[in-house]
Write a protein that binds this ligand. Structure first.
Ligand SMILES: [Zn+2]
Length: 107
């Protein structure tokens, strides 16, 4: 169903995520905002359950973000260690023949 606002613009349907009306849809004018509800009001129990689920989801999202941040840090450390290994290994490989050469020259 298309709803036209008093200002002449077409309203869109949005979803409220406030504590009073979590998950309840409403008509919204692009210029003036809230026009009216599309969904009937929810019972207190439904509101409490939805809010509890939202809080749990938000906590899980924070935990996932923290774990991703830690993984990125560890990945950076591994990349630095790999660079260190790549540059340090040939140095130790070539240092042996060079030390032999010095010995020969020194004789
Ligand atoms: Zn309007």
């Amino acid at each position: 169903m298309v709803l036209i606002c008093d200002c002449g613009k077409q309203a869109t349907i949005k979803t409220s995520w406030t504590n009073r009306n979590p998950g309840r849809r409403f008509y919204c004018c692009p210029s003036y905002g809230f026009i009216g509800w599309t969904d009937p009001p929810m019972c207190c129990r439904a509101v409490a359950v939805i809010l509890g689920l939202l809080r749990a989801r938000n906590e899980l999202e924070k935990e996932v973000e923290e774990q991703l941040r830690l993984m990125r840090e560890k990945d950076q450390r591994i990349k630095k260690l790999n660079k260190f290994l790549i540059f340090s290994w040939p140095g130790s490989f070539f240092s042996l023949p060079l030390s032999c050469f010095r010995l020969e020259v020194g004789m």
